[in-house]
Design a protein around this ligand. Structure first.
Ligand code: ATP
Ligand code: MG
Length: 393
């Protein structure tokens, strides 16, 4: 029996004239991701994207796992395809549906007739499918209001699709439909989650990591590249830029009041990030900040660092508790890598009494003790870029 996946998208249908633009982005992304599971025909028709195996190399289970990570898809049906006549549909339903009903006590049958030339109307069709299920599994009861499982047949252009138990997709908007953002990616728990959340809203990601070699190690950088690779499960491709802050940090330690180190360092980071973003046509910065999580994330501290960027700064974790961020990190698969214990440049030279309510004038006075612009220019020269993408055997 031929099995396929039917991917359905919700929110983007609302987009009127832009609809086919969104659909095409989705289709392109899906094709790239699915390719790793074999040779599939991926095409759209009637507000659905079809994923059909073309030969025996195809692993439909794997394709399903990949499709579940493509933003913009709301639900996925794993369906068998039958010819568009009642005999074939009845037989296919009897054979295919029981595997989805083994633990169920009740079910309901639904039908949708997108091809209006099909002789049976939807309610009659639903009745036939229900009868097929009851013939195969007589112990089941019909429950129209609260069924354990809903089985469905859809009469579409190329065939009759029979399925049960809809699978939840990743939701959100297709990648690229909301422009490109530069994610400030540390090795921590929060920033990969922030990247994931913005990618879900359709933002293509590039990433920027700051290191402080030899105070931070080669392995710390490897960890960040691995986090980017894990995010690629949702974004296919991420360019990771790496800039060294070593000299900046040494100058800060030499010249400035220790209580202001972190704030000043973050002002350097935001300034450099703004520059990298502009150079790479990113329209926003993205950080994993969460209000009041640490001294540099109070409202006043954020105000002092935010002013260094001349573009929107998205902070999708701002209202989340650590536990909530960790829940997402576990779900998307970045948590275990994030907690590997390597140094981050923010944790070297940490002040003992960081300012939580900094006065902007005092911050500027401290900043003026070093040559801010020259240090930025010099740091920018250390930029290295890595192309990270999903493995495409
Ligand atoms: P995370 O868990 O994401 O590391 P955090 O709780 O450790 O966050 P901070 O160290 O204050 O918080 O960093 C806040 C945000 O600043 C991070 O979420 C990240 O976006 C950015 N950031 C911090 N360190 C770096 C770094 N070394 N390179 C790039 N961005 C960084
Ligand atoms: Mg951190």
């Amino acid at each position: 029996m031929k099995e396929v996946l039917l991917c359905k998208y919700g929110e983007l249908i609302l987009k009127g004239a832009n609809r086919s633009y969104f659909e095409n982005l989705l289709l392109k992304e899906l094709k790239t991701r699915i390719r790793r599971a074999g040779n599939f025909d991926v095409y759209k028709a009637q507000s659905t994207i079809y994923i059909e195996p073309l030969d025996d190399s195809c692993d439909l289970d794997l394709a399903l796992e990949y499709a579940k990570k493509v933003f913009g898809i709301v639900t996925i049906d794993r369906a068998c395809v039958a010819e568009k006549n009642m005999d074939a549909i009845f037989r296919a339903a009897k054979e295919y549906l029981p595997q989805f009903l083994t633990g169920a006590k009740t079910f309901r049958a639904d039908a949708r007739r997108a091809d209006k030339t099909f002789p049976l109307k939807s309610p009659e069709l639903a009745g036939e499918i229900g009868a097929a299920v009851l013939e195969a599994m007589p112990r089941l009861k019909v429950d129209l209001d609260h069924p354990d499982v809903t089985v469905r047949v859809e009469i579409r252009e190329r065939g009759a699709y029979i399925h049960a138990g809809q699978i939840k997709g990743a939701g959100g908007m297709p990648l690229g439909s909301s422009g490109k953002g530069l994610l400030l990616l540390s090795g921590g728990i929060d920033s990969p989650v922030a990247g994931f959340m913005m990618a879900k809203r359709g933002v293509t990601l590039e990433a920027l990591h700051f290191e402080s070699f030899p105070y931070t190690s080669e392995r710390a950088r490897e960890k960040v590249l691995e986090l980017a690779r894990l995010l690629c499960e949702y974004t296919t491709h991420i360019k990771v830029h790496v800039i060294s802050l070593t000299h900046i940090q040494e100058e800060l330690v030499k010249s400035c009041d220790e209580d202001y180190f972190t704030l000043l360092l973050r002002r350097f980071m935001m300034t450099l990030a703004d520059r990298v973003a502009r150079r790479n046509k990113c329209g926003a910065l993205i950080t994993g900040e969460s209000l009041a999580q640490v001294a540099s994330q109070t409202m006043r501290a954020i105000a002092v660092t935010d002013s260094c960027a001349d573009m929107p700064v998205f902070r999708p974790c701002i209202g989340l508790d650590k536990e909530e961020i960790i829940t997402i990190a576990r779900r998307i698969g970045t948590f275990e890598t994030s907690i590997l214990p390597y140094e981050d440049c923010c944790t070297v030279f940490t002040p003992r009494h960081p300012k939580t309510r900094p006065e902007p004038e005092k911050v500027l006075a401290e900043q003026n003790k070093v040559d801010f612009k020259a240090l930025c220019d010099e740091a920018f020269e250390t930029l290295n870029t890595y192309d990270i993408r999903i493995d495409e055997e």
